[in-house]
Design a protein. Structure first.
Length: 304
């Protein structure tokens, strides 16, 4: 692979999209970006699954990008911004790349085509065509339990030769496939896990980081796991991870991002936990569990 693009690594946050009365809640979103710009976050992803990207219109996505870029400039931070891109129409994907080419973004997170279940050759041509037409680098996103198709390691390694494809968000949920990719990938091709509860294990096997929705909460704790591993402190990393594992499970106890939005609302980081159909708010049972966990976290912080 011959690429001059920065290789994504570390802790990336797929930002939620706050809503209020059916419209984009820009005030809450600005608050979120400002908050996480001060946290140990290495990159942002906008308008992806956690950001309810499939429910956003073009103008809303553009506003998310503009607000994030403005807040980064105000904070004098250089945190890369990737835009989520999904769909099963390659021509439409090329058009989206052209439409967003001048936006203040650093790259794209591109999901495998969903529902149509193309062949591996079709996947190769789809991603190659997008990469050929992208003004920014592309991160592949393999998540077969959502798309219905699994990008094979063989095709992933072929795509890794493209100068405009810099890595993968790995949600294959197959430990053998993930490990084989990590040991076979070329230099300069990033692998970031998207499976929040597998973060520690992925790092132990050589992953470059994670794109983790759960890191909206206890952001510094998730970053600490990787920092301690990089410092050679495996026992310290494991201890940090053991404190976070139940939190990661809790925040995915019901469909993402409703639990995370509920937590952020209770923590007063956003003005409401609203989601867009077909997503629905958390159940009363989970709301109570989140309330208890939030109270415990607050007490622990106060005693620290």
């Amino acid at each position: 692979m011959h690429s001059n693009h920065p290789v994504p690594s570390g802790l990336w946050l797929p930002l939620i999209t706050p809503f209020r009365d059916g419209v984009l809640d820009e005030r809450s979103f600005r608050r979120l970006v400002k908050h996480y710009a001060a946290e140990p976050v290495d990159g942002f992803v906008l308008g992806a699954t956690t950001g309810e990207g499939l429910t956003l219109d073009d103008q809303e996505v553009e506003r998310l990008v503009a607000i994030t870029a403005a807040e980064m400039a105000r904070a004098r931070k250089q945190i890369p911004i990737y835009l989520g891109l999904c769909g099963s129409n390659t021509r439409k994907g090329v058009a989206e790349l052209a439409r967003t080419a001048a936006w203040p973004i650093d790259g794209y997170l591109v999901t495998c085509p969903y529902y149509t279940r193309p062949s591996q050759h079709g996947l190769y041509r789809h991603f190659s065509t997008l990469a050929d037409n992208a003004a920014r680098p592309i991160l592949l996103y393999d998540i077969p339990y959502r798309t219905g198709v699994n990008l094979s390691n063989e095709v992933t390694l072929q795509l890794a030769e493209h100068s405009n494809i810099v890595g993968m968000k790995d949600c294959s949920a197959g430990p053998i496939q993930s490990f084989d990719l990590l040991r076979s990938r070329p230099a300069g091709f990033a692998v970031l896990t998207g499976e929040d509860t597998l973060f520690y294990g992925a790092l132990m096997q050589g992953a470059d980081g994670g794109i983790l929705a759960a890191a909206h909460v206890e952001t510094a704790g998730f970053a600490l796991v990787r920092e301690r591993l990089l410092a050679g402190d495996q026992s310290g990393a494991l201890a940090a991870w053991m404190r976070l594992f139940d939190l990661a499970r809790l925040l995915f106890a019901e469909p993402n991002p409703a639990p995370i939005k509920h937590w952020l609302w209770r923590a007063k980081l956003i003005d409401g936990p609203e989601v867009r159909l077909p997503m629905t708010p958390v159940s009363d049972t989970l709301a109570a569990r989140i309330g208890l966990a939030l109270a415990q976290t607050s007490r622990a912080t106060a005693c620290a």
